[in-house]
Design a protein around this ligand. Structure first.
Ligand code: SD4
Length: 348
């Protein structure tokens, strides 16, 4: 067990006496204790796994990898791991990243095909190459060379979901300004003679299509690591890589400051490098909750219809979360909370 670092702080918005998972309406600065595990969504088994890795003496990177791997196996909300979010071809592809705050080293995979353990492959990119991001079939080849098993990521459920989408004329989809009209018909699409004026590329996420795991771990020494894993957006265009494997977009950590992770409409959010922004705001002295709200407001200014959220934690273990257009929750474990607890991000 870890030594206790502080007296517990009672949050008046939280009922600390009901079961292990407690919903809190609002928490602005967290309870401020280290070590800490924080991740997007109520993926509490992932949080608990990361915590138990730390408790048993594992490293911050082991905690991130093993915690996120739980979601890949459980296929958290269908948005992480195999058999979820089929693309336009009916295939599930995976994005993942792991980042170490101590070394500032990053390993990522984007559009990884036919290999289930995306964050573990990302860790191999980090630890066995001097490169950062591998994508597509070539990432698969790398994974196989590193000893991972290649297999189909499709399930009966993902095949049915995709067939239903085809039967509905491929609605919704992520195309614009193409012929045939993507709002009515399936592709293949081509360039039209004249482009229309449509400017807002933000689109509604398909229901249940927004639950990437993004996790930040700060260990007992105050060292930080982070990671993400997702199968991205349902009916995405083949080849699409989202925000999750991009350092500064899906997640970012810095050992002097803390870390942040994002979930939601990655195509919009990655244009703002929101997790980098949060870390830099915290570096300048902003508290995590304000830094999270600040970046969400900035995105919403340009894309009022975007759906997404961020979580943030600083080096003293204070944390926060903010969201827009999407009801984002996040899971936290530290010594003071005494169990994994789920918090509501502040809607801005
Ligand atoms: C993406 N940010 O690929 C991810 C989506 C997400 O659960 O959060 N999905 O855009």
């Amino acid at each position: 067990m870890f030594p206790r670092s502080r007296t517990p702080v009672q949050d008046p918005h939280c009922d600390m006496h009901v079961s292990t998972i407690v919903f809190c309406t609002l928490i602005s600065l967290g309870t401020g204790s280290l070590p800490i595990v924080i991740n997007t969504w109520p993926f509490t088994n992932a949080t608990a796994k990361a915590w138990s890795v730390l408790e048993s003496g594992g490293s911050r990177l082991d905690a991130v990898e093993e915690g996120c791997s739980v979601c890949e196996v459980e296929r958290c909300d269908g948005s992480v791991g195999y058999g979820g979010s089929p693309n336009e071809d009916g295939e599930t592809t995976l994005d993942a990243m792991i980042m170490d705050g101590v070394t500032h080293d990053v390993g990522s995979v984007g559009c990884l095909k036919r290999v289930k353990s995306a964050i573990s492959v990302a860790r191999k990119v980090m630890e066995h190459t001097t490169q950062t991001l591998l994508v597509g079939d070539d990432a698969t080849r790398f994974a196989v060379d590193m000893g991972f098993h290649e297999e189909s990521l499709q399930t009966d459920q993902s095949r049915t979901e995709w067939e239903e989408w085809k039967a509905k004329n491929c609605q919704p989809n992520y195309w614009r300004d193409v012929v045939p009209d993507s709002a009515k018909y399936c592709g293949p699409y081509h360039l039209p003679g004249e482009l229309s004026d449509s400017k807002d590329s933000s689109h509604s996420l398909v229901k249940g299509n927004h639950d990437t795991i993004g996790m930040i771990v700060i260990d007992n020494n105050g060292d930080v690591a982070g990671g993400t894993s997702t199968n991205g957006l349902t009916y995405k265009i083949p080849g699409r890589v989202g925000d999750s494997p991009i350092a500064g977009a899906g997640a970012y950590v810095d050992n002097d400051v803390g870390g942040a992770a994002a979930t939601g409409d990655g195509d919009t959010m990655m244009r703002f490098l929101p997790t980098y922004q949060i870390v830099e705001s915290m570096r300048m002295g902003m508290d995590p909750q304000t830094a999270a709200e600040n970046v969400i407001k900035r995105i919403a200014k340009y894309y009022p219809n975007f759906e997404g959220g961020v979580i943030a934690v600083n080096k003293t273990g204070h944390f926060g979360g903010a969201c827009h257009g999407l009801n984002v929750t996040y899971s936290v474990r530290n010594q003071e909370l005494n169990a994994v607890k789920v918090f509501q991000a502040v809607e801005v």
